[in-house]
Design a protein around this ligand. Sequence first.
Ligand code: NAD
Length: 288
Amino acid sequence: MKIGFIGLGNMGAPMAANLARDHEVTGFDPVAQPTGLTLAPSAAAAAQDADVVITMLPDGNILRTVAAELHPAMKQGAIHLDCSTVDVDSARTVAAQAIAHGLYAIDAPVSGGIGGATNGTLTFMAGGPLPAFETVAPLFAIMGQKAVHCGAAGNGQAAKICNNMILGVTMIATCEAFALADKLGLDRQAMFDVVSTSSGASWSMTSYCPAPGIGPVSPADNGYQPGFAAELMLKDLRLSQQAAEAAQADTPLGQAATALYARFVETEDGRGKDFSAMLPRFETRQRP
Ligand code: NAD
């Protein structure tokens, strides 16, 4: 397949490099210029003649701007595969514009972070027409280990923000429980041994334990270097609350998690730390 790849940042560059081993990939990014990849002078130039154009961009506004340039340049019947994490509304608007240009669109945000992008072990959650999903499935297989078709346009983004809203809430719950356990004199290893096999278990406890030296190796064992940065968690939580507001959905814990990560990143010292650094934050705090 001929692939155009727009947005060659932390995630896009390794994803494009993995695809370039088996496919003809032309990339574009106004800032990042990774080596070992054929680069074009503009997004439109990278997209012409491509069977699939992949975008991996920071947010929905940038996606809308880039899509307005890309769609008229793409050949009829080509697929715009957006892997960025953006708001559901931008994903659906961009998909409708693609259809109006005689194209197909798939929104397929990812889980797995920079490590997953580098190792080709991402999980994709995709929205859009099933035949287009099946056409790009071999690309998902190169860049990742799993791809789930979630339904119509925007449903990939819906799945992503619902998943990450659960993640934000369970991470906070796990961190505040560890801090409470400390104050009650409960050993952290004993706490892990009980909770990881009891009804309080979640991925935040069993696979990404926020307590250093406990459970599997995680960013807590590396001074809370991200991993998954607190500001990226905040971005995804805000997307979840934007969608909840638009859909009139009551999400009180999602709302509380958003407020807490906003405080952590914007007025405390959370910026640049892993999102599990909520644990040292709770350790130092008293009940208000
Ligand atoms: P990044 O900031 O490293 O990369 C984004 C790239 O887009 C940059 O290189 C930037 O120059 C480029 N860009 C900006 N405007 C552009 C334009 N007009 N045309 C072309 N390129 C443009 O971000 P990232 O970490 O690679 O994340 C990309 C997306 O993946 C985001 O939506 C993010 O939420 C999502 N994501 C990131 C992670 C992670 O761990 N980093 C995990 C899952 C999902």
